[in-house]
Design a protein around this ligand. Sequence first.
Ligand SMILES: *Cc1c(COP(=O)(O)O)cnc(C)c1O
Length: 380
Amino acid sequence: MKEETRLTRAGRPHDGAGLVNAPVERASTLLAPDSKALYDRPQGRSRYARGGTATQDALRDALCEMTGADYCALAPSGLSAVLLPLLAAARAGGRVLAADCIYGPVRRFLDEALPNQGAKAEFFDPRIGVGVEALLGDDVNAVLLESPGSLTFELQDIPAIARAAAARNIPVICDDTWSAGILMKPLALGADCAAQSLSKYVSGHSDVLIGAALARGAFAERLKETEYLFGLHASPDDAFLALRGLRTLPLRIARSGEAALAIARWLEGRAEVARVLHPALPGHPDHALFRRDFTAPCGVFGVIFKGWDRARADAFIDALALFGIGFSWGGYESLAINCDPQIKRSAVPWKADGALIRFAIGLEHPDDLIADIERALGRV
Ligand SMILES: *Cc1c(COP(=O)(O)O)cnc(C)c1O
């Protein structure tokens, strides 16, 4: 069956009650039938709801179905979902190698908190490809990717990096929030773990914070163990909303991605624009990787405006009427942010001939969004 079909069936209840959706089950205590049974682990689960109830299980099952994972850990945010596999992998004295384009708060964790575990991070050029081999050693605990990077949109050659890492038994973890687990399949491309913020496209309505880490093979056990040790938990209400969003994910992301591409193409033709950073555009330096590894575009992309300083970028964003000014993406409403204050690099300096603005395209009609951008450009 095609993915849209599978996502209408995965994680549905089969208990004969006739409900279409798994109900919201709230619990802490799960009562045992007798004293001895308290310490049995039915289906390998403890009798305590930190590990989740049928609501979280339904979301886990559906996400495993979508991504090809053997295990899904749920976390209270996308950030904690990305950190969880890193904590499962990092060892005192070890190194974590990370692409230079990763999400800012994850980078901050690597720089500021990982050293407290006795490990340290090193950043590499996201376009390193097989060149990553030269950085690998027995002390490397994990390789962290984010493809494309959420501000600068470089892709990584996941199969090439994963082959090099697998030869040394080093787990590869990929933040695939941009592809929402649907446009690209990091686990099928060779990654051991794919983590994403479900707060974005999966939930889809800007009203939930939740994340998932999905792992295959030997890494699945390590992830499960670490999830337990850290006591991570996502609420049944949030899991319910994420699963509800998952049912319409294929439709929403396809529509948002098509609209984004139309807007990106229009922007490429404007005199104010130096470069449009969307890997689905033929002019993007990683377009060949995009064609190989992704099935469709996502609605999030960057635009460098020729010679603009930060004040001019702020004035343009303030002049937009249909774009909200705020973090996150993947909701039904479009957003625009000035990225320059956030960009942090150490392996390869960020070079741009003007301010970088990120657009997250929602479900408005692209003609209205283009008209809004045109009006705002006229005003600055
Ligand atoms: C938003 C985001 C996160 C963090 O997700 P939250 O749910 O907001 O904690 C991590 N990685 C990427 C790429 C993101 O865009």
